[in-house]
Write a protein that binds this ligand. Structure first.
Ligand SMILES: [Zn+2]
Ligand SMILES: [Zn+2]
Ligand SMILES: [Zn+2]
Length: 437
């Protein structure tokens, strides 16, 4: 019985006016306290992370053992391989048969696993967890043309790559399922926010959005863990953020409408208290005209979209991406202050390219410009801030700037002790990094 299960955790489901279902606490929770830990209903490791993590439990280690058949999936041991076989067999022979042409999206791969899991569960006994997935909101009607096209491509890929092992449901049911997973799937990220895979967590999917979240989701292996980042009293709703909170209110709500089909009405969206700092303009002796500001804002949004599209072009040179960043920073820098979020966005992208090129000094120079405004503009416990401190700390260490490295890693640790819990493997690794020279 699910209400009993939630009750034992100090949680309860409730009908939230205007938002559908929600989750709230029935006892007090302190900052850092664990509310909920959920194994995934289904999960999938990213193709690009193969060989780095175990496909079954997402343990990161050297010398994982290969699947002897496809030589593409990697495991801790035979036990993990066996546990994953019901899922891996959907892809094992198909990958060999299709070779280079095997290219389903991560969404397609996850949906195939959900369908396979639903089938095995139906055969044993219908658990309420399946109902929960069937129950999750779908927004097929609200999707725009691009989203519809993506769904159709995913459905075609399901038929092409998975029909041998799955009896696929009707087209309309697949559309619904894909739309549900698009809104309710979680991307699993590591301590530096690098993408590892995608999963569905029916319990966590109950939690509504706020731009001032009361909890944060982190991952322990493949499980999602939900911890308080604000002190909570009985009756308080459990709220996570679905989006990157760096951006001003209009941009956040644009993103929420585009991907989740609602507009946020949280305290921060009403007061817009951080918008002014987020859109900070350069101080000049001749004040900047409002027209110049709105033109530059338009330019910034356009550049962000164009850069995102460029990153996906195959064979694009990192040096030309870096050039795009530098050019736009120069352009925007005539109007925007260094702490303006559009400047920070492009600096973050530039840092990413430097990291990719293993240019530690370049990456540090961007990271140093980013970190202070980041810690002011994000909420107090933010994975965006902790991951930036981690990257910086590790870069300093690699450049043998030991004391700066320790300082940055300790800042990351303070946030992660709350977000991940003191016993998380990441914290153990971090303590080791700090003590060793
Ligand atoms: Zn494993
Ligand atoms: Zn295989
Ligand atoms: Zn909001």
């Amino acid at each position: 019985d699910w209400s009993e299960f939630y009750g034992s955790l100090g949680l309860e489901r409730f009908d939230c006016p205007g938002k559908g279902r929600g989750l709230r606490v029935t006892r007090p929770f302190r900052v850092g306290e664990l509310l909920l830990s959920c194994p995934p209903f289904s999960h999938v490791l990213s193709v690009k992370e193969r060989g780095c993590y175990c496909e079954n439990c997402f343990t990161r280690k050297e010398g994982l053992a290969k699947c002897g058949k496809c030589k593409k999936a990697f495991y801790c041991n035979v036990k993990c391989q066996k546990a994953d076989w019901a899922m891996h067999k959907l892809e094992c022979s198909a990958m060999t048969a299709f070779g280079e042409n095997w290219c389903p999206s991560e969404m397609t791969r996850l949906v195939a696993r959900i369908l396979a899991k639903k089938k095995t569960q139906k055969e044993s006994c219908a658990s309420e967890k399946i109902l929960l997935i069937g129950d999750i909101q779908s927004h097929v009607e609200d999707e725009d043309n691009e989203q519809k096209q993506n769904r159709e491509a995913d459905i075609a890929a399901l038929h092409r790559f998975y029909s041998k092992h799955l009896d696929l449901p009707e087209h309309k049911d697949l559309q619904t399922l894909l739309s549900q997973v698009a809104c309710n799937g979680f991307t699993i990220e590591d301590d530096e926010l690098s993408h590892m895979g995608t999963a569905v967590y029916p319990d966590v999917a109950l939690i509504n959005h706020s731009c001032l979240p009361s909890v944060i989701v982190t991952y322990n292996g493949t499980s999602a863990e939900v911890r308080a980042v604000q002190d909570m009293k009985p009756g308080d709703e459990v709220l996570i953020s679905y989006i990157d909170l760096l951006y001003p209110t209009d941009d956040r709500n644009h993103r929420l409408r585009e991907s989740y089909f609602f507009t946020c009405n949280c305290q921060e969206c009403k007061s817009k208290s951080k918008d002014k700092a987020k859109l900070k303009v350069r101080k000049r002796s001749d004040p900047i005209e409002p027209d110049d500001i709105s033109n530059m804002t338009r330019y910034a949004r356009k550049t962000i979209r164009e850069f995102r599209a460029c990153k996906h072009i195959k064979n694009i040179l990192p040096s030309s991406l870096l050039e795009m960043c530098e050019q736009s920073l120069e352009q925007m820098g005539s109007v925007f202050a260094d702490s303006n979020v559009f400047m920070l966005h492009m600096m973050y992208q530039a840092m990413g390219v430097c990291l990719y090129l293993q240019d530690a000094e370049g990456a540090v120079s961007y990271g140093e410009r980013i970190i202070k405004p980041y810690s002011q503009l994000y909420p107090p416990y933010s994975l965006n801030v902790s991951s930036m401190y981690l990257k910086l700390g590790r870069l300093y260490m690699s450049l043998e700037k030991h004391s700066a490295g320790v300082r940055a890693l300790k800042k990351a640790m303070a946030i992660m002790e709350v977000a991940h819990g003191k016993d998380h493997l990441y914290l153990k690794e971090l303590r080791k990094e700090i003590t060793q020279k």
